[in-house]
Design a protein around this ligand. Structure first.
Ligand SMILES: [Zn+2]
Ligand SMILES: [Zn+2]
Length: 339
């Protein structure tokens, strides 16, 4: 089959690769109908890498699949089923897994990072990593399932009240999924802070009430103006380096959810401010038993992510999509392994 293989630091190759086979009785083999490029792939292929992957593997972890073969123990899926998929495979037996925190598994397998992923024509994964979806969910919505799963993990932690005002720091794909889902969850104003003009248009399209340009506007002043001087109820940092700004923008007793990840970032934080204003700070890592919720969300038709698709390419043109992501002129790049 054809695949995009991670060859060495910063490099990949479109090449022939052996078709994966079932290894365990609960494995499912699926045909990749469509895949999409994630920020993670960009970090994996940076030099020096932002995320260190294993050379020699098939890249990619976002896809929609069609089941073509099932192991003897598989009970929920049959040949021909359409599936969405979570590439992070927890071990099930470590202390984190056994206390209900499998998203924080200490031995997490990660397809497309450490093991073969989905920028290929076929992939194999355990049944429990997949949820069947109806065939009438448009591919242009279903393709967003994996990142939505991560964002749904965060939404589950936040107790959004109808009318709550929310600030989303960063209007990249993740920030825009949050924007869309928070509006669907009954948020009042969703304010998005984003420097890029390109992304601003999409933020409004996905439901932002106001996009703030933090380089030319005073973020905190705009927030105060938009919220009767109170600050927002909830701040989401989709970037990973903006906790200090989040603390300034949130109301007394408000919540901050940290989602973006930058392991090198260091900031000066006023800890006393968190105490005296009674703030709640959440960290969230990937989805947590939310893939089924994603399937329900997609099936409901209450949200539309398809306007965020900026590129549709053959898998062989992965490099074109990667460059567009690097330059910040792409949001969702959909790849067709069969074109
Ligand atoms: Zn992803
Ligand atoms: Zn585990």
């Amino acid at each position: 089959m054809k695949a995009i293989v991670f060859t060495e630091t910063g490099k990949f190759e479109y090449t022939d690769y052996p078709e994966p086979q079932l290894k365990k009785d609960d494995d499912v083999k699926f045909k990749i109908i469509a895949a999409s490029i994630c920020g993670t792939d960009v970090h994996l292929l940076s030099n020096p890498p932002g995320i260190v992957g294993t050379p020699g593997i098939v890249l990619g972890h976002e896809c929609v699949g069609e089941v073509v073969e099932v192991g003897t123990d598989v009970i929920s899926l049959a040949i021909g089923d359409r599936i969405i998929f979570d590439n992070n495979v927890p071990c099930g037996v470590c202390p984190a897994c056994q206390t209900g925190n499998s998203n924080l598994c200490q031995n997490m397998g990660s397809m497309g990072v450490f093991e073969d992923g989905v920028f290929a024509q076929y992939a194999v994964a355990p049944e429990r990593q997949m949820v069947k979806i109806p065939l009438d969910i448009p591919l242009d919505q279903a393709i967003f399932a994996e990142p939505l799963n991560c964002v749904m993990g965060a939404i589950k932690k936040l107790k959004v009240m109808p009318g709550d005002n929310v600030l989303v720091l960063g209007g990249g794909p993740i920030g825009l999924y949050f924007t869309t889902l928070l509006k669907a969850s009954g948020a009042g104003k969703v304010l998005v802070s984003e420097v890029s003009e390109f992304r601003t248009k999409y933020a409004y399209q996905q439901g932002a009430n106001r996009v703030i340009h933090p380089l030319t506007e005073n973020l905190v002043e705009v927030i105060k103006n938009e919220t009767n001087g109170q600050g927002v109820d909830i701040v989401i940092d989709a970037v990973g380096v903006l906790l200090a700004d989040a603390i300034k923008a949130v109301k007394r007793g408000g919540s901050i959810l940290l989602f973006g990840q930058n392991d090198k970032a260091r900031q000066e934080i006023s800890q006393g401010d968190i105490v005296s204003r009674g703030l709640t700070i959440y960290g969230n890592f990937i989805g947590h038993y939310t893939l089924y919720n994603v399937a329900k969300l997609l099936n409901s038709g209450i949200v539309d992510f398809s306007p965020m698709i900026t590129h549709r390419l053959a898998l062989s043109d992965f490099g074109i999509g990667l460059d567009a992501m690097r330059k910040g002129v792409a949001l969702e790049v959909v790849l067709d392994p069969w074109a």
